[in-house]
Design a protein around this ligand. Structure first.
Ligand SMILES: C[S@@+](CC[C@H](N)C(=O)[O-])C[C@H]1O[C@@H](n2cnc3c(N)ncnc32)[C@H](O)[C@@H]1O
Length: 246
């Protein structure tokens, strides 16, 4: 029996945004601890890697889409303290926590409540766009990638961190068991009865694997895509470059 065949139904496409926003509001207070527990703290290292891959120079602009509690935005500023980071999310509870953790880097960081499907920024404004565990949650992946491409300056870079697919069969089975059985248990131990912890693994079922996401990014107009796998591919980072001229 497949580990994922438990009694959980993903929201329909039209209701996905509303569902995701309200559920992240509900789990916001436990989100960081949950992430630390399920990745054994490794997400912090992966987010630093994302920040480094932006390659930002002083004065350049970065958009952190689906910023949540703001880890990646802050990591980007640590990597390049002279960058200007705009961090967007539609969950007001997640953004509230991001504000609380802003710390001494407040000057380079601007939080905005908004929808990644309709980002309120001029075209070709950002040198880099980062997104951590976000593309899996948007209502329309291709449309969101198109938006990102249009927000990037020529030669700009998208750095995307998310869950990936493991290729080694035995490890893939173990990973699936961990992700679909243990991860929800950890979440429900932190917040009893919270179904969002079942949504999380199930949202990965229809999300493209590393190769497919690379193909989609190239089809949408990115010129070059590098893929970095961690933990046998269970975690993956795509670095996609926009062409120098369109
Ligand atoms: C799994 S959390 C990731 C948070 C953070 N980027 C990280 O790496 O820990 C996903 C976040 O994406 C946000 N999100 C999902 N869809 C969104 C959308 N269409 N517009 C804005 N934010 C969105 C959720 O509110 C949530 O805070």
């Amino acid at each position: 029996m497949l580990a994922e065949s438990i009694d959980y139904k993903l929201p329909e496409k039209e209701k996905k945004s509303e569902y995701v926003e309200s559920k992240f509001d509900e789990i916001a207070q436990r989100y960081d601890l949950f992430n630390d527990l399920i990745t054994f703290g490794m997400h912090r290292y992966w987010k630093k890697f994302v920040a480094k891959k932006t390659g930002l120079a002083p004065g350049e602009n970065c958009l952190d889409l689906c910023t949540g509690t703001g880890d990646i935005g802050r990591a980007v500023l640590k990597f390049q303290p002279e960058a200007k980071v705009t961090a967007l999310d539609f969950s007001s509870e997640m953004l509230e926590l991001a504000h609380q953790q802003q710390g001494e880097n407040a000057h380079g960081l601007n939080y905005i409540r908004g929808d990644a499907m309709a980002p309120p920024f001029p075209k070709e404004y950002f040198e880099a766009v980062t997104v951590g565990y976000g593309l899996r949650n948007v209502a329309d992946l291709s449309a969101c990638i198109k938006n990102i491409l249009s927000l990037l300056k020529p030669s700009g870079v998208l750095v995307c961190l998310d869950v990936g697919k493991v290729n080694i069969p035995v490890i893939a089975q173990l990973n699936r068991f961990y992700f679909f059985k243990i991860v929800p248990l950890i979440g429900k131990w932190l917040m009893p009865g919270q179904e969002m912890f079942d949504y999380l693994p199930h949202s990965s079922i229809n999300y493209p694997d590393q190769k497919k996401l690379k193909k989609i990014l190239l089809e949408e107009g990115f010129q070059k895509v590098d893929v970095y796998d961690f933990v046998f591919g269970a975690s993956t980072i795509h670095v996609a470059q926009k062409p120098a001229s369109s």
